[in-house]
Design a protein around this ligand. Structure first.
Ligand code: 1Q0
Length: 215
């Protein structure tokens, strides 16, 4: 029996989970945030095993957060805002170097948060690109502008190699399971601002609390 990560990807589903992420007060629900990532991992897995090292890391981080969410202090992890407050108030975060809390919710989410910026940049390029544009180029440009700054040379190198085997734009849009390209582009037009808002809210929270460089 396939795990959740093996199931078919559908962009609509990811869009829906990101829509559920924001509360009325613009708090970010952790449950839907990780569900959004789960959906993206499904997509990544459907692209082939070259991306295994990326999806493995993402799944690992998703699982860390889910464990907190379903753990005995789960009620403190309902939103990113409550998680940050709870972990900081209780000194559960390694602030300057890794020590007794190497897998805090705050530092774990920060890794996904940085990747969300990559996603936003990549999807915006995909949305506005022409039919013959190269996904590998869009992907590495988005990566170089964001996530790569936080990665050591070896990871950047491996990521660069993985990008090279990305399918072309038509095939890429097809795996999104939305329909014809115009429809995918329309849906991306809806998805990008949503993802961007979730990113901005988290970014401001982390900046306020000085958490943007957590080890
Ligand atoms: C489509 C191609 C996908 C390419 C994904 C780009 C991200 C590349 C990242 C490569 C690094 C992964 C290896 C692990 C690195 C870790 O060292 C790093 C830091 O963590 P730590 O614990 O060592 O401090 N981890 C990360 O930076 C987290 C990386 C998470 C990446 C999650 C990517 C999930 C994939 C999504 C596919 C999206 C496809 C877009 C189209 C979908 C349409 C909505």
């Amino acid at each position: 029996a396939g795990s959740q990560e093996d199931q078919k990807f559908c962009l609509q589903e990811v869009l829906d989970t990101f829509k559920l992420c924001l509360s009325e007060k613009k708090d970010v629900y952790l449950e839907h945030y990780v569900a959004g990532w789960r959906g993206l991992v499904k997509f990544l897995n459907s692209l082939g095993s070259v991306f295994g090292f990326i999806s493995k890391d993402a799944v690992n981080k998703i699982n860390i957060l889910v464990t907190y969410l379903h753990g005995e202090n789960g009620s403190q992890y309902v939103t990113v805002q409550s998680m940050v407050k709870y972990e900081l108030d209780n000194e559960l975060v390694d602030l300057t170097k890794r020590g007794s809390h190497p897998e805090s919710g705050c530092r774990t989410l920060l890794r996904l948060h940085r990747a969300l910026r990559w996603l936003e940049l990549f999807l915006e390029r995909l949305r506005t690109s022409s039919e013959d544009s190269k996904t590998s180029v869009m992907c590495s440009e988005a990566y170089n502008e964001s996530l790569s700054q936080h990665h050591p040379w070896v990871v950047r190198k491996a990521a660069g190699m993985a990008f090279c085997v990305l399918p072309g734009r038509p095939a890429f849009l097809e795996v999104m399971n939305v329909g014809p390209p115009e429809q995918v582009v329309a849906m991306l037009g809806e998805a990008v601002p949503l993802i961007s808002e979730v990113y901005q809210i988290t970014e401001e929270l982390y900046a306020q609390q000085n958490l943007l460089d957590l080890p």
